[in-house]
Each structure stands twice: as C-alpha cells, then as structure tokens.
Write a protein that binds this ligand. Structure first.
Ligand SMILES: Cc1c2[nH]c(c1CCC(=O)O)Cc1[nH]c(c(CCC(=O)O)c1C)Cc1[nH]c(c(CCC(=O)O)c1C)Cc1[nH]c(c(C)c1CCC(=O)O)C2
Length: 346
C-alpha cells in the first residue's frame, strides 16, 4: 500500500496527528444557505441525491467554506431500499416515508436485479468527486448498516421504540433474517461499487444500534458489520472502514473488537477517558462533540472542543461531532470550530 499523504487516511492507518484531521457528519445540509439554494433547484431531496451535478456541488460546498480533511458523498442511507424496489419518499418536515415491509409477500417484491442501474447516478457522483476534491482531502463513501436501514423498511418511517422492527426480529425471525441477508448483500455490492468509483474510505452508519439488547446487538449489529468489513478487506484491500454504532454504550467495546473496523465513530454519550483507554488502543476513534454545542457556539463550544481534543488527541484520532450537524447551526460557529481544531497544538 502506498503511504497516503492525506491526513484523514493517515489517521485511519493508525498515525497520531497534531492537529487531528477533521470533518463533520452532515457537513452538507440545510444549515448552509447555498445547500438550500441547490436543493430548491433540484426539486425533491431524492432528486438531489440522484442528480450527480447537484449532488457533487452540495458535497463540495462545505469544503470551500471550512477546508475539511474529508468529503462525504452526498446521498442518503435510504437509496438502498429505493433501489431494491421499495417505495421511498421524503416528506417536507416529516422525514422519510416508505411502504412498509411486513410480510413474506412484501419482501418478495424486492430484488437485487436493478440495484446498480438505479444507483448509477450515485456512482457518478463519487467519480465526479474523486476528480473535484482538493489533493489533500479524502473521499468517504457510506451506507446505512443493515439493522438501521431495516428499521426504516419495516416501520415505514422513523420510530421511537422500533416496535414493528423488533416485533419482526423477535416474532417472525425467519422473515427478518431474510430481509437482513438481502440488505447485507445489497449494502456490500453498493459499497464495493463506490470504492471502484473512487471512494477512499467507507463509513457504516448504525444510527439505531443502541436500541438492541446484547444478544440481538451481537447478531444484527456486530454480525452484519463484521461481514461487510471482511468482504471489503477481501475484495478491496487497503480501504479503511469506520463504524458508527450510535448509542451502543458499553457494547462499543465488543463492536470494535469483533467487527475489526479501522475506526469507530463515537456518539456524544461515550465517556472520553473510557474511549481513550478501551477503544483508541484498538482502532482510530472519531468524534464526538455534541452537535448542539455548535448551535450554541461561543465559549461553551470552545470548551467542549478542547475537552475532546485533550482526551483523544494523543492517539489515532479524527475530530468530528457525535451526530450530524442540525439545521439551526449558524455557519459562523462552524467556521470558529474549524479554526480552533486547525489551531490545536496538543
Ligand atoms: C438515519 C440516517 C438517514 N440518513 C443518514 C442517516 C445516518 C446518519 C444519521 O443518523 O444522521 C445518512 C446521511 N444523510 C445525508 C448524508 C449526506 C452526507 C453528509 O453527512 O453531509 C448522510 C451520510 C443527507 C441528508 N439526509 C436527509 C437530509 C435533509 C433533507 C433535506 O434537505 O430536506 C440530508 C441533508 C434526510 C433524512 N435522511 C434520513 C432521515 C431520518 C432524514 C430526515 C431527517 C432530516 O431531515 O434530517 C435517514
């Protein structure tokens, strides 16, 4: 493997860098006026995801302002169910709405056969970006983890308690296992294609990992992620994978050990000293400033940034938030954050 000169990739390979490389989850989005303008031009949110010119443009917008060390492909985790043939829409002010999968008949309606044709515009965006980003910026491809994507597919929307998704997991175990097998296959195929079009690292978002008890966490969070990591390592060696088992608490440790991810993204609830001792000794850590501190800004934000840097900056580390930037975030606060991280002297 040639030694990378990109700080983000060096950190993922285990180097400690001062200052650490940084990017922010949801760095492209509604908090930026230029995003809102492109989004209005594109039409619906999915029209934006499937238009390579517009999707490339919104990916680049935050890089121009803040000089992040990584660009993340602009798309969504729910393009995979859409590509499998499920009806997916994003309703203004409501979030995602899907025709739910609740029976074997519903599942029979989904198929891998049109996956790559449907996702071709996303691959084109990745290819565009790999030419358009600055030479020291790394390009991250991503997908939702099978469990998190399955929650939306089964519930038909966001959920607070995952009653229907867990209902299927516990009560229709065979059907749930079939859906997960389909998602593991589709997600792997999708990520390999992103890599072939220029993605240099992969992040797997398991936003709802924290909803599962330990035995189901082991089977449906750790298991599918481990098989995706193993497949990428076998078929595209050298491409690092970051996992984000959000709100997994103490189970972060088993997740890291058993999936063998190259990096782990920490949500804001993960204690910093524990992460340094128990996780950063095993892989690169990424995180974990509370996104609401960036809405507040000022000295509260500065103190939060410094706490994270002091605790995690002495080992392999990528500065990030603990979850995505929220729409009310003032862009000037992000500029202040960027200056503070770039000015860190250890
Ligand atoms: C659970 C999840 C989704 N999508 C995603 C996750 C996992 C990460 C997380 O937990 O945030 C991942 C995602 N979604 C988006 C990105 C783009 C890249 C980036 O981080 O800049 C990424 C990596 C764009 C988006 N995805 C969405 C937007 C807002 C859509 C708009 O412009 O109206 C963006 C910029 C929509 C979306 N997409 C999703 C929901 C629930 C919603 C509605 C809620 C909301 O509006 O924030 C599903």
């Amino acid at each position: 493997m040639p030694h990378s000169t990109k700080p983000f990739l060096r950190a993922l390979a285990g180097e400690t860098l001062t200052p650490p490389p940084f990017w922010l989850m949801r760095q492209a989005g509604r908090y930026l006026p230029e995003y809102r303008a492109t989004r209005a031009e594109a039409g619906s949110f999915l029209d934006l995801c499937y238009n390579p010119d517009f999707a490339t443009e919104v990916t680049l917008q935050p890089l121009r302002r803040y000089g992040f060390d990584a660009a993340i492909l602009f798309s969504d985790i729910l393009v995979v169910p859409d590509a499998l043939g499920q009806q997916v829409a994003f309703k203004e002010g409501e979030g995602p709405v899907l025709t739910p999968i609740r029976s074997a008949g519903d599942l029979d309606g989904l198929s891998l056969s049109g996956l790559h044709d449907h996702l071709a515009p996303v691959y084109k965006t990745v290819a565009n970006l790999s030419k358009a980003i600055p030479a020291t910026t790394a390009l991250i491809g991503f997908a939702g983890a099978p469990w998190t994507v399955a929650t939306y597919m089964i519930e038909g929307s966001g959920s607070k308690d995952f009653a229907k998704a867990k209902g299927m997991m516990f009560g229709q175990a065979e059907l749930f296992a079939r859906l997960m097998a389909l998602l593991i296959q589709a997600t792997g195929d999708y990520l390999i294609r992103q890599i072939d079009n220029g993605a240099e690292a992969i992040q797997i978002f398991d936003t709802w990992a924290g909803a599962l008890p330990e035995d189901q966490f082991e089977r449906w969070v750790i298991g599918p992620t481990r098989s995706l990591v193993e497949r990428i390592r076998a078929e595209r060696p050298g491409i690092p994978v970051i996992g984000f088992p959000r709100q997994a608490g103490y189970l972060y440790k088993r997740y890291v050990t058993e999936t063998k991810v190259s990096g782990v993204s920490l949500d804001p609830s993960v204690p910093l000293d524990w992460a340094a001792a128990e996780l950063q000794t095993k892989c690169t850590v990424q995180g974990n400033l509370d996104p609401l501190l960036v809405v507040a800004g000022g000295e509260a934000m500065d103190a939060g940034i410094d706490r994270v840097l002091r605790a995690l900056g002495k080992g392999p580390f990528i500065f990030n938030l603990g979850h995505g930037i929220t729409p009310p975030t003032p862009p000037d606060n992000v500029a202040r954050l960027a200056e503070r991280v770039k000015g860190w002297k250890g």
